[in-house]
Design a protein around this ligand. Structure first.
Ligand SMILES: NC(=O)c1ccc[n+]([C@@H]2O[C@H](COP(=O)([O-])OP(=O)(O)OC[C@H]3O[C@@H](n4cnc5c(N)ncnc54)[C@H](OP(=O)(O)O)[C@@H]3O)[C@@H](O)[C@H]2O)c1
Length: 296
């Protein structure tokens, strides 16, 4: 009997399609980055084949080189898309839309996009994904907790002074392990198609409160200072940051971090049926890796 034509025919067909597509590799754009590498580890541990899309991958994938896109899509079943440097960067929505259309043309319908909360520019990329004809899922994320241990705020933590142009605005920092769990669920289970998951941690903290938590866990003196946006720009330029990134950082700190994202959201619970990890748990586990010990 051909079970495709039993009385639950339509649903059964969808599941067959899903199982088939999941046997093909999952392409992870930004597969060496903070969320991408964790998504890759989780899929590999479930014996799902992965292909890493990044400039250092084999073959290389570069957002700025359209010729590098198509070879990456060959034989792929689904794609996790993280755009770099940021979905708020000029031209990001056009590029993400072009990539999504190319993926669909090449038989890859399942696309999961990492987006940012409260960013108008990021919404344009989301729309481009939705208009591409893909079976899409959008992960609209809060600030990553790991920015303090694996990204641009690690240096300030190690130096003992975090200086940013933000005062009492709270942010519900999310552990990127939670984002990776949601991404893997979305890439492997059709029930997440068409969902927009707003992702945050379970509690909102100011940068001053974050600094105190990290200082307590590490036993080090770390101070938080609110600086002017002008001093911030000067500091970024002195570090040799490209002007494009300086503009993005200014937009982030003047527009996105204005309190619009301070409230906690339920995307992790909705997608996974469990609560997100707390910032305190993140701090404890990051401290045990020794990442914050270098200047002790
Ligand atoms: N950080 C946050 O708090 C936060 C919050 C919400 C949303 N997001 C979003 O997350 C996304 C990732 O940002 P992130 O800062 O966290 O970076 P990330 O994912 O940790 O690292 C960047 C990744 O992209 C790759 N990459 C860099 N330039 C590339 C290029 N031109 N073409 C192809 N791949 C490239 C890098 O690998 P190679 O160097 O090997 O190319 C690396 O795998 C952004 O779209 C951002 O808007 C971030």
């Amino acid at each position: 009997m051909n079970r495709k034509f039993n009385k639950n025919g339509k649903k059964h067909l969808e599941i067959i399609h899903d199982e088939k597509s999941n046997q093909r590799p999952i392409l992870i754009i930004g597969g060496t980055g903070k969320t991408g590498k964790r998504v890759a580890q989780r899929l590999v541990s479930r014996e799902i084949p992965v292909r890493i899309g990044s400039r250092t991958g084999k073959p290389p994938f570069d957002w700025n080189d359209k010729d590098s896109w198509k070879p990456m899509l060959k034989g792929i079943g689904a794609v996790y898309i993280t755009y770099y440097p940021d979905l708020a960067a000029p031209g990001a929505a056009h590029t993400v839309g072009e990539f999504a259309k190319l993926a669909v043309q090449n038989g890859v319908k399942r696309l999961v996009l990492l987006s940012g909360r409260g960013e108008e520019e990021a919404k344009r990329s989301e729309k481009a994904l939705q208009d591409s004809g893909a079976d899409w899922t959008i992960l609209r994320s809060s600030w990553f907790a790991q920015n303090f241990s694996e990204h641009f705020l690690l240096g300030p933590v190690l130096s003992g002074t975090i200086a940013l142009p933000v005062g009492d605005v709270k942010e519900p920092f999310i552990d990127v392990d939670d984002i990776a769990d949601v991404a893997v669920a979305a890439l492997t289970d059709i029930k997440h198609i068409g969902e927009i998951y707003e992702l945050s941690g379970p509690r909102s903290l100011t940068f001053s409160e974050v600094t105190k938590e990290i200082a307590k866990a590490t036993g080090r003196e770390i101070q938080y200072i609110k600086i002017s946006i002008e001093s911030f720009i000067t500091e970024l330029r002195q570090q040799g940051m490209p002007e494009e990134i300086v503009s993005l950082m200014v937009e982030l700190f003047t527009e996105v971090l204005d309190g619009r994202n301070s409230h906690v959201v339920d995307g992790v619970q909705r997608a996974l049926g469990r609560a997100p990890r707390s910032f305190s748990d993140y701090v404890k586990s990051a401290a045990t890796t020794g990442i914050w010990d270098a200047h002790k």
